[in-house]
Design a protein around this ligand. Structure first.
Ligand code: EPU
Length: 279
């Protein structure tokens, strides 16, 4: 069940293949093609809303132990499946900063690069020098410099069948104590403003230019609104939390309600920030 592989804790069943040796991806992808099986790639599952129905596509995911961090001067090569928070800390211990704001963002480094995750003034794309990617469409591996990735607000130019394998980061040198201090501040802010102890996929909608979606939903008095097992967080209104065994349908209904109310009150059409998987 993908509910066991997503931070929101919803989603139907799927065939899941864990990849321990990324070099063998061409074999796997060719094998799936031979059998007429379409596939999708799963990162850490922390920004993902999966439908309740069983998924027709095969799901591929990199095994967590599919590589190690390699440091050289102020550059680090990070496997895509590495945990983002652990990576921030490991770099910090070596006096490498620049990612402090991302502490507390759950998920993998690959997922953070893919979505250009951002928080407290830091965006992942700011520190990426290059990425190694497997292009499912051509069956080729490539190293892309950051300029070719097209980092935008919570968006990059990757194709759905591009699999990120690793990222090379260039990080500014900074004393460990200063890095820790900034990390502490960010953790405190996040604890106060986001429902970090509940099941969620982070912010559901993007912020339209010049607006805060959380603020709009809050001003509409929608915090605490419940559909089935899904609730609009009282701590941050752009978070939907799975508090009472929600289904994806509950969450979709709550999202529709938010979209309608915000459109009516503010004339703004909200865009999804989470990735949605349906058949
Ligand atoms: N606000 C409210 N009520 C709420 C939520 C927010 O009044 O329920 C107000 C705040 O008081 C503040 C303003 O809205 O004045 C902005 O809030 P906040 O600083 O929490 O930032 P945000 O714009 O809501 C963005 C990102 C978050 C990221 C934070 C911190 C998006 C969609 N959200 O939220 O990212 O953690 O800034 O940098 O860009 C995510 O991507 O999943 C995510 C959580």
């Amino acid at each position: 069940p993908l509910s066991a592989h997503t931070s929101l804790g919803v989603g139907g069943r799927a065939d899941l293949v864990r990849i321990r040796h990324p070099r063998r991806l061409p074999e796997l992808v060719a094998f799936l093609a031979q059998h007429g099986a379409a596939w999708r790639f799963l990162g850490g599952g922390t920004n993902l809303l999966v439908t309740d129905a069983d998924l027709e596509d095969v799901v591929l995911q990199l095994a967590r132990d599919s590589g190690e961090l390699e440091f050289r001067d102020n550059r680090v090569q990070v496997p895509a499946a590495a945990n983002l928070g652990t990576t921030v800390m490991e770099c910090g211990k070596r006096n490498l900063g620049g990612m402090e704001g991302l502490i507390g963002v759950p998920g993998t480094v690959g997922g953070a690069v893919w979505m250009n995750a951002g928080s407290y003034g830091t965006a992942m794309g700011d520190v990426v020098r290059a990425v190694t990617v497997y292009h499912g469409s051509s069956g080729k591996f490539a190293e892309l410099p950051a300029e070719k990735v097209r980092f935008e607000y919570r968006h990059t130019g990757f194709a759905p069948d591009d699999i990120l394998l690793s990222a090379s980061l260039d990080l500014p040198e900074r004393p460990y104590a200063a890095i820790l201090e900034r990390i502490k501040q960010c953790n405190q802010k996040r604890r106060a403003c986001q429902p970090i102890n509940e099941k969620s996929a982070g912010c559901i909608f993007k912020n339209p230019p010049g607006y805060s979606t959380g603020k709009m939903i809050d001003e509409l008095g929608m915090k605490g609104t419940r559909v089935g097992g899904a609730v609009i967080s009282e701590r941050h209104a752009n978070f939907i939390v799975n508090r009472y065994g929600a289904t994806a349908v509950d969450i979709f209904k709550l999202m529709d309600l938010i979209r309608e109310r915000v459109l009516k009150a503010y004339g703004v059409e909200l865009q999804l920030e989470v990735v949605v998987w349906k058949n």
